[in-house]
Design a protein around this ligand. Structure first.
Ligand code: ZN
Length: 338
């Protein structure tokens, strides 16, 4: 008995996505080991020293022994914290590339079973390739570059005000989100290699499934189907201003950092009970646009342009969705979520 589209969406956007997030969190935890807290404490400690030496963060530093001492402390801490990450992170990520590929194969197979109702067996897990390994090792250079940039900024010639001190410490601390984003990117890429192995073994097509609250670019992809060996079209977006004509195709998600979309095996012969899954995904995208479910990174203006585009190009919107879109466009804003 094939699943309903709602259940397929819950499987991919819910269970499968959380498993990937858990794996990313495990790696990030091993790579960073409380560095976030250590930076907070460091900044507090340096601020205390600055206040004792110069009277407060609003006061400029007087060059001399006190400033040199404070900077030496900051430099030593930055060097230690970031060198530790540079040493640990590549191995932590590298160790989980195989498990990420295996996870993609397992999830892809689960999806095919659910979508087709067939007892599909799992294809062999691909070996970890050179590109993925190189991406894991690149973490070392990413962190080392940021460390050296921060050490350059935390120099007695360049720090006279508290804001300049904070800029140096901030440059060092920025390594943390960068490591987190890179781990997510690499793990999602590895999971997709696993999914693609399932596509090759079981399905003629690939289907883009966006995450539940996706951006206007990813919402233009969700529900799209391409031949298994073909890319998705490049440069799509519901916001005409974010569109890019004549871009090369995209292999698949992730489309941007922190994108949690998936490309899953697909065959139009698999019959979901009720609404076909690709159509259900497109309707979900229409609803998301009409209701203005923006990500924190998205502007209201971009989401309103997407609404205008939705009304212009989709003649068969569900009546409730169309009404909602018209109301938002007239008001120039989206009603607060109930
Ligand atoms: Zn996405």
């Amino acid at each position: 008995m094939p699943y309903r589209s709602k259940h397929l969406a819950a499987l991919v956007q819910g269970d499968h996505t959380s498993e990937v997030v858990d794996l990313e969190d495990e790696i990030t935890g091993q790579a960073l080991r409380g560095t976030d807290r250590a930076f907070e404490e460091l900044i507090r400690r340096i601020l205390d020293a600055w206040t004792r030496a110069f009277g407060g963060p609003a006061q400029p530093a007087m060059s001399g022994g006190a400033l040199r001492q404070i900077l030496a402390t900051a430099q030593a801490a930055v060097r230690r914290l970031l060198s530790d990450i540079a040493d640990r992170a590549p191995g932590a990520l590298s160790d989980k590339l195989g498990p990420a590929l295996a996870l993609g194969v397992r999830q892809g197979t689960e999806f095919v079973r659910a979508a087709s109702g067939r007892r599909e067996s799992e294809p062999r897990v691909p070996v970890v390739g050179r590109v993925l390994r190189a991406e894991a090792h690149r973490l070392r250079d990413m962190v080392t570059e940021r460390r050296d940039r921060a050490l350059f900024l935390l120099h007695p010639d360049r720090v006279h005000r508290w804001s300049q001190m904070l800029a140096g410490l901030g440059a060092a601390r920025a390594a943390i989100p960068a490591v987190r984003a890179h781990i997510a990117w690499v793990i999602n890429t590895a999971v997709h290699e696993g999914l693609d192995a399932v596509v090759r073994a079981t399905a003629p097509l690939r289907l883009w499934v966006s995450e539940a609250d996706a951006c206007v670019r990813c919402l233009a992809y969700t529900g799209r189907v391409v031949a298994a060996d073909q890319p998705f079209p490049g440069g799509l977006s519901w916001d005409p201003r974010q569109r890019a004509a004549r871009l090369p195709g995209v292999e698949g998600p992730p489309l941007h950092s922190h994108c949690r979309c998936r490309a899953v095996p697909w065959d139009d012969a698999w019959t979901t009970a009720g609404i076909p899954f690709p159509l259900a995904l497109r309707r979900e995208a229409h609803r998301s646009i009409a209701y203005g479910r923006a990500r924190p990174s998205e502007s209201r203006a971009a989401r309103l342009r997407a609404v205008r585009e939705l009304l212009r190009t989709e003649p068969d919107l569900l009546p409730a969705v169309e009404a909602r879109a018209r109301t938002a466009l007239q008001a120039g804003r989206f009603p607060a979520a109930a």
